[in-house]
Write a protein that binds this ligand. Structure first.
Ligand code: SAM
Length: 256
């Protein structure tokens, strides 16, 4: 990999960490550089493993990011989910703008949320906040039956087109307010919410299957939110565990 690109990746990885921080400045004009996306993706996954080793002793953190989740991240071309001008930054551990004031989440947070959701092949999964479609593609690589809902129509349509172009034809997409979940497809073994409400939507808890896991950032708009893991046991009892602090875009409502 060209040294210039390696240092660009490392610099970005060191400097940025949250889900909504401003994106890096566009790459300076100059000769087009060839990017080895596969090598960059491998570096991104190695970086996720390193980051998790440093954080996993915190209460609530999973012991490891599983081999299955790491393989799904290695198999998902993040550069295909970002606008052309953001492609040089696609494998830095940072959120990136995807249009309409929204972001594709930081790769480490995608890894962490996917791990927490405990998704197995054949699981029925709901994602609230399709954004670029990247998280949905990662879940599809895990063999889940993915339903993903996005409130901004232009993003929902673009994500559906990207998912179809990349062969994720099993992923079901919908335009709408994910606060209400997707009742016709419930119950879900896992629900991942990628925008932050100020409290956990009751319909999402109701649509969680016994034994199901809901991963959701909850907290103030544009402040630090709590990433929560909410589990429902076989008897329907619900337990909430705080995992870490995160920054997500707000969960908006259809009336907003
Ligand atoms: N998971 C996305 C990805 O892989 O690119 C990133 C999601 S981005 C951080 C959060 C997304 O949630 C935005 O696209 C935003 O429009 C969407 N969103 C916000 N409120 C929503 C709601 N009530 N229902 C559905 N989507 C919502």
């Amino acid at each position: 990999m060209p040294a210039r690109f390696t240092s660009l990746l490392v610099g970005l990885a060191l400097g940025l960490s949250a889900c909504t921080r401003p994106p890096p400045d566009p790459a300076p004009a100059g000769p087009r550089m060839e990017i080895d996306y596969e090598a960059a993706r491998a570096m991104m996954v190695d970086d996720i493993v390193r980051q998790h080793r440093a954080q996993r002793r915190q209460p609530g953190m999973p012991r490891e990011i599983s081999a299955a989740v790491l393989a799904a991240l290695r198999a998902t071309p993040r550069h295909e989910f970002v606008p052309e001008e953001q492609r040089p930054f696609a494998y830095a551990d940072t959120p990136l703008p995807i249009g309409a004031g929204q972001t594709i989440s930081q790769p480490y947070i995608v890894a962490l949320m996917t791990e927490l959701a405990g998704v197995r092949a054949g699981a029925n999964v709901l994602e609230v906040g399709t954004g670029s479609g990247y998280q949905a593609a990662v879940l599809d690589h895990l063999g889940a039956r993915v339903h993903t809902i996005e409130i901004i129509p232009e993003l929902a349509r673009a994500a559906a087109a990207t998912l179809a172009r990349l062969g994720h034809t099993r992923v079901e997409t919908r335009i709408g307010d994910g606060y209400a979940g997707w009742p016709e497809a419930a119950p879900f073994d896992a629900i991942i919410v990628t925008a932050a409400p100020d409290e956990t939507p009751a319909p999402l808890i109701a649509q969680l299957a016994p034994g199901g896991r809901l991963v959701i950032p909850v907290g103030p708009e544009y402040g630090v939110q709590d990433l929560l893991l909410i589990t429902k046991d076989a008897a329907g009892a619900v337990t909430t565990t705080r995992v870490t602090g995160v920054r997500f875009v707000p969960l908006t409502r259809e009336r907003d």
